[in-house]
Design a protein around this ligand. Structure first.
Ligand SMILES: CC(C)(COP(=O)(O)OP(=O)(O)OC[C@H]1O[C@@H](n2cnc3c(N)ncnc32)[C@H](O)[C@@H]1OP(=O)(O)O)[C@@H](O)C(=O)NCCC(=O)NCCS
Length: 175
């Protein structure tokens, strides 16, 4: 199901037919380094990831990570979308693209559309993002999207120190 169109891209719901693309993307060194190892090694693993991750999220929340593909030729470039996690105070935006499609503004184009969709369609009043302090490309993208650094958080799953970014411009003053 198509969710969004941008100038160059289509963002649509993932399906089990995207397993081969997911298998490739989730084993990219950049994905393993900055997002983590989802232990997806076979097409069956990828189908299980899709079932338990994005597809379950569509069912539960009505949103989730989407496939980003070129509008004309339907070439899959990456994934981008909204994620609801127990461990975060608000819905966060996530994105990952195959390296061969970096540096062309595709991630910015897809993520800008997701931020607008989150605010206008899902009616979120706040969108956050978590990022490793050394993930310079992602931090640059978050800045272009208008998110600002809020604070460091310790990720409960692995104890990693991550930066929390938010669409909120004004931070509450702690007394
Ligand atoms: C994070 C990630 C999605 C960023 O991808 P990206 O390609 O750097 O991001 P953008 O789409 O904003 O592209 C920016 C570049 O495109 C260039 N560009 C070219 N054409 C452009 C256009 N039409 N519009 C905007 N920028 C354009 C920009 O100048 C910029 O150049 P630079 O790479 O020399 O700085 C990518 O690095 C990735 O998938 N990383 C692995 C997964 C990951 O870390 N995810 C985030 C976890 S928090």
């Amino acid at each position: 199901m198509k969710v969004l169109d941008t100038e160059r891209l289509t963002l649509r719901e993932l399906s089990l037919a995207d397993a081969a693309f997911i298998l490739k993307l989730l084993n990219e060194p950049s994905f393993l380094q900055y997002i983590g190892d989802r232990n997806v090694r076979t097409l069956d693993d990828a189908r299980n990831y899709l079932l338990q991750g994005p597809l379950e999220s569509y069912r539960r929340h009505g949103f989730g990570l989407l496939l980003v593909e070129t509008k004309a030729a339907h070439i899959p470039l990456g994934i981008c979308g909204l994620i609801k996690r127990e461990s975060l105070p608000a819905v966060d935006i996530g994105f990952a693209f195959l390296p061969e499609f970096w540096s062309q503004g595709y991630a910015l184009e897809a993520a800008s559309a997701i931020v607008a969709y989150g605010k206008e369609v899902v009616k979120l009043n706040r969108i956050v993002a978590i990022v490793s302090p050394d993930n310079e490309r992602s931090i640059r993208l978050l800045g272009k999207l208008g998110l600002s650094f809020e604070r460091m958080i310790t990720w409960p799953e692995d104890g990693a120190e991550l930066k929390l970014y938010t669409t909120d411009a004004v931070r509450s003053v702690q007394k």
